[in-house]
Design a protein around this ligand. Structure first.
Ligand SMILES: [Mg+2]
Length: 192
């Protein structure tokens, strides 16, 4: 069982349905209709869809800046489960490889219906830098959708929990969750 004080969360692909937003921006701005969510079977969108790097970069830039009209949705169940965890341990810790906060802090507060003091977000700017942040915060479980990051944190003694996505469907040795409900079942709400 996972102690609420010992767990932290990635944001994109775990709390936020960022890939759906990516596809919506690609459609709205670049007229790309041919790619489905399930087609993103690897972490590099360029590699698995054949989209131009330039287009992917431009969509990602809009996404990071909040420069879009589509709506970023939370993953199903994320708000309820995070609110429950927050009642046991606050602030919730989010560690993202985004280079800057941009709109994501306000989005989290709004989507999760939490107060500013209830969340702590660290932007690392790189996947590699997540490990150091997690170690410093004494985090022993991290919910993540990128398998390469799971490998890195696992090497540092942190237990990854893989949030199932089309881009992490290769064999891996880690605990995996299909939904926030499944994560909720792993949390020890009586421990503290
Ligand atoms: Mg992610």
């Amino acid at each position: 069982m996972i102690n609420p004080v010992a767990v932290a969360f990635d944001i994109d692909g775990v709390v936020a349905d960022t890939m759906s937003l990516f596809l919506e921006i690609a459609r709205d701005v670049h007229g790309i209709n041919s790619i489905r969510y399930e087609d993103i079977y690897c972490y590099s969108v360029v590699e698995c869809t054949g989209l131009d790097q330039q287009i992917v970069d431009s969509v990602v830039e809009r996404l990071l800046d909040g420069n879009y009209s589509a709506k970023l949705e939370p993953m199903e169940g994320a708000a309820d489960v995070l609110a429950r965890i927050e009642r046991h341990h606050s602030p919730l810790l989010f560690v993202t490889a985004r280079p800057f906060l941009g709109p994501i802090r306000d989005w989290l507060l709004e989507s999760l219906s939490l107060e500013p003091h209830s969340i702590d977000i660290i932007t690392t700017g790189s996947h590699e830098n997540k490990t150091e942040v997690l170690l410093k915060r004494n985090i022993t479980y991290f919910v993540e959708d990128r398998l390469d990051t799971c490998d890195l944190i696992h090497d540092a003694g942190i237990s990854p929990i893989v949030y199932k996505q089309p881009w992490n469907r290769v064999p891996h040795p880690y605990r995996e969750i299909n939904s926030w409900k499944e994560l909720e079942a792993l949390i020890d709400f009586n421990g503290i």
